[in-house]
Write a protein of this length. Structure first.
Length: 416
């Protein structure tokens, strides 16, 4: 099978699936029993097949890991309870006190908070404008271990210089970590830019239905871990391409217990089957909504890489199948953001993104409230900025919601 969707829909059936089931069953067990104690010991020592304890291994989770690996065209994947658990485990497993890494400054707010926590524990981080590879190069130090970026920023939609940073990391022998959550493996393949590790929040587009949390790290086989000093001896077994992932498994799952539950893995695996179909519709609708708002006299600015005036428009065209299903826009200062949003009848006032439902959130007052006004100013987060994650509803119904918002807020403005 060559097609993206065909491979995902039939991936479970390529293995030894129980009782001819169409989906990998949910194995809601904690432990696994063996008739022969020697077999149990062999599994623990990695010399025999089988499962030990569901904190580290579970058949349902492993089936999802195989799906993610197929989607990303990687070597192997490891799933976690959330996307944040995946990122935290990756950094915790690979970095040590005194190490340094470079990160995009245009990050999901919780990711920024996590990286600053690592800085408090002696792992230094430098935040840079990742739309410019020269800024990344300038930040690299003798003790720099890795570079961390997102494909498209949330919520201002800056597009990272993915190709150029990949070339830089290859030349400097740096681990290149690409968070593919905002684009998903359908819109972008980080293998094309030399990514070492790929992060996905499975909660978002891959799961798609807003009913399960999950995260994943995929090993791409592009980095030679034999020269990475922080890999511990017990993890240097078998295929050297899996050394880092093995260390993450031991540190993140065995030691920290950031494990993905089998029920959540099942939800995500089933949702992943329609990723391409959902993304095609969501991206087409996103373009229509962004173009409508971009022409509206009461909108100050729209942030969407599919608009020709976007600073990284050409880059987005070259890198991505479509420029994503999320955008932000700033209302005219004369409109009340609360009246505008409260007029929605279809769009849900909620956090999260990548859901089948279209979601709207007032950015400065919610997900960027905690960082304070100075940080928001540096990030270009205006008080009137609304983020829209576009779902699969009919486009006309969503346009009607925006019209209701403008009508309600303009009426209040004229009477106020």
């Amino acid at each position: 099978m060559k097609g993206f969707t065909s491979k995902i829909v039939h991936s479970d059936r390529q293995g030894n699936i129980e009782h001819g089931s169409m989906h990998k069953p949910v194995h809601s067990t904690v432990a696994y029993g063996y008739d022969d104690a020697r077999d149990l010991a062999a599994v623990f020592q990695g010399t025999g097949p089988g499962f030990t304890y569901s904190r580290q291994v579970n058949p349902t989770v492993e089936a999802l890991q195989a799906k993610v690996t197929t989607m990303e065209r990687g070597v192997a994947s490891l799933c976690f309870s959330t996307g944040m658990a995946a990122i935290g485990t990756m950094l915790f497993a690979l970095l040590r006190k005194g190490d340094h890494f470079v990160s995009s400054s245009f990050l999901f707010g919780n990711t920024t908070s996590l990286l600053l926590t690592f800085a408090n524990h002696g792992v230094d981080v430098t935040f840079v404008d990742a739309t410019d590879a020269a800024a990344v190069a300038e930040a690299v130090q003798d003790n720099t271990r890795l570079v961390f970026v997102e494909t498209i920023a949330n919520p201002r939609t800056q597009v990272t210089a993915l190709q150029e940073i990949g070339a830089l990391c290859a030349a400097r022998n740096l681990v290149y970590v690409v968070d593919n959550t905002m684009t998903s493996p359908y819109l972008f393949q980080p293998a094309a830019v030399g990514a070492s590790l790929v992060v996905n929040s499975l909660t978002k587009y891959i799961g798609g239905h807003g009913n399960a949390l999950g995260g994943a790290i995929t090993e791409m086989g592009a980095y030679d871990w034999r020269g990475f000093d922080n890999i511990q001896a017990p993890c240097k077994v078998k295929d050297e391409r899996l050394w880092a992932l093995t260390q993450m498994k031991k540190k993140g799952l065995r030691d920290f217990g950031a494990s993905l539950a089998p029920e959540a893995a099942h939800h995500i695996a089933v949702g992943a089957e329609t990723l391409a179909l959902r993304m095609e519709r969501q991206c087409a609708t996103t373009r229509s909504l962004a173009e409508y708002l971009n022409e509206h006299e009461k909108v100050r600015r729209v942030y969407y890489p599919g608009l020709p005036e976007h600073p990284e428009y050409e880059r987005a065209q070259a890198l991505f199948r479509h420029p994503g299903a999320l955008f932000g826009f700033e209302l005219d200062p004369g409109l009340d953001i609360w009246t505008f949003m409260n007029a929605f009848e279809v769009i849900v006032r909620s956090t999260n993104l990548g859901d089948n439902r279209t979601l709207a959130i007032p950015v400065a007052h919610t997900i960027y409230h905690e960082v304070g006004p100075e940080w928001r100013a540096r990030m270009g987060i205006a008080d009137s900025l609304i983020r829209i994650s576009v779902g699969i509803e009919d486009c006309d119904d969503l346009l009607d919601d925006f019209r209701r918002g403008f009508s309600a807020s303009q009426s209040q403005s004229s009477t106020g």
